[in-house]
Design a protein around this ligand. Structure first.
Ligand code: RFL
Ligand code: PHB
Length: 392
């Protein structure tokens, strides 16, 4: 068994784990990142596109904001449509804050490059990662690479291994509580090397179901349509995807849409999930390991970032001031913000999708609420405040 020591053992080399590692590096705290997949696999996942200002600031704090500043798009608002009616929510006018369009793939790439540049250690292909003695003052983590067994002794374990990871499940069942809502549909997403149909995102509620027009850059568009929870990408050749998208978005937008071959196509299920608490002894959960939101509110990566902020502050206080207040309050602080993001994502998902069991009355409620949002500044302000991100 190969044995080593670090201060913080980070499980998961997605955005949460890498951002935490990079922030710890800025204060001289040593960490190791254990990732079960390859770097190429992690960087091939197409996920989030919208960053809150708090996430942007945290990336700057970690020293990885340069490419985002140069290549990302600042968006001052978003469009919402219902049928052929479209209206705009002006984030900057309503809240003073825009959002940043910069893909999670690029954020992760920037984090890996910065981590490499500072000599940070990532163990890819780490199999059978297991957390031991997290409820004692001397936890350790074991894992396997090929035939070699490894052991890392550490002060703390950060569980940043996403929804399917092992960290959450390492907390005994009688010490955690899980809350879950599974939505009866998914999102079919397509990435295409075509110019975005509009310079801001368009969220669409149509009689045929939800659609979203998003982007990555001036030549790379990201589109989504609501699909059945049991659907498969093979059922959606490109032509059928574009035809269905055009049926859902306003006619004038459909006319302007430039289509092309898809370069990625995937289906994501929609789920709301929270586990409480987010700490067990010296194990701290961050990001998707602790909570999932439906993508409608663009909150997943952003709540992962706010968790990392609270955990980093707790670890900084521990190492620099010998004060554990931040670590002791971590779970409560993170969850207070997480539940608000859960509420917003659930609300926007409920407003924008067609539900299989939706009655005509339910449909009228959606349309009335969308009209209220279109015409009421207080409602727009509440939506904008949540979308650009509640304060940390
Ligand atoms: P990740 O990204 O899942 O990374 C976890 C990492 O842990 C590894 N892992 C393990 N490593 C070692 N041992 C194990 N046993 C392990 N098990 C797993 C995994 O390989 C992986 O590399 O979690 P993290 O870092 O917490 O980041 C969370 C975000 O990825 C997620 O919340 C967002 O992508 C959600 N999301 C969005 N969030 C936003 O803020 N804005 C958006 O616009 C947005 N759009 C989206 C999204 C998610 C989507 N999908 C596909 C779920 C759009 C979509 C379609
Ligand atoms: C994306 O561009 O992938 C995206 C944007 C906004 C969302 C979800 C996903 O709400």
């Amino acid at each position: 068994m190969k044995r080593e020591r670090t201060q913080v053992c980070i499980i998961g080399g997605g955005p949460s784990g890498l951002l935490l590692a990079q922030l710890l590096h800025t204060i001289g705290v040593d960490s190791v990142v254990l990732e079960q997949r390859s770097r190429e696999h992690v960087l091939s996942r197409i996920r989030a596109g919208v960053l809150e200002q708090g996430t942007v600031s945290l990336l700057h704090q970690a020293g990885v904001g340069a490419r985002m500043d140069a290549e990302g798009f600042t968006h001052d608002g978003t469009l919402i449509s219902q049928g052929d009616e479209m209206f705009r929510i002006d984030f900057t006018a309503l809240t003073g804050t825009p959002v940043m369009i910069y893909g999670q793939t690029e954020v992760t790439r920037d984090l890996y490059e910065a981590w490499d540049a500072c000599g940070g250690r990532t163990q890819f292909h780490a199999e059978n990662v297991t957390i031991h003695d997290a409820d004692t003052s001397a936890p350790h983590v074991t894992y396997r690479v090929g035939d070699a067994q490894h052991r890392i002794d550490c002060d703390f374990v950060a569980g940043c291994d996403g929804f399917h990871g092992i960290s959450r499940k390492s907390i005994p069942e009688d010490r955690r509580r899980e809350y879950e809502k599974v939505y009866p549909f998914g999102w079919l997403g397509v990435l295409s090397e075509t110019p975005p149909v509009n310079d801001e995102l368009i969220y669409t509620n149509s009689d045929r179901g939800f659609a979203l027009c998003s982007m990555r850059n001036a030549q790379l568009s990201r589109y989504y349509i609501q699909c059945s929870a049991h659907d498969r990408v093979e059922n959606w050749p490109d032509d059928e995807f574009w035809a269905e998208l055009k049926r859902r978005i306003p006619a004038q937008t459909a006319e302007a849409l430039v289509t092309g071959p898809s370069v990625e196509k995937s289906i994501a299920p929609l789920r709301s999930f929270v586990t409480e608490p987010m700490r067990w002894g010296r194990l701290f959960l961050c990001g998707d390991a602790a909570h999932i939101v439906p993508p409608t509110g663009a909150k997943g990566l952003n709540t992962a970032a706010s968790d990392v902020h609270y955990l980093f502050e707790g670890l900084r206080q521990h190492y620099q001031d010998a004060d554990d207040e931040g670590l002791d309050c971590y779970s409560e602080r993170a969850l207070t913000r997480v539940w608000k993001a859960e509420r917003f994502s659930w609300w926007l998902s409920s407003l924008m999708h067609r539900f299989p069991d939706q009655s005509e009355f339910d449909r009228k409620m959606q349309i009335a609420e969308l009209d209220f949002l279109r015409t009421n500044e207080a409602a727009q302000k509440a939506m904008a405040q949540n979308y650009v991100g509640l304060p940390y």
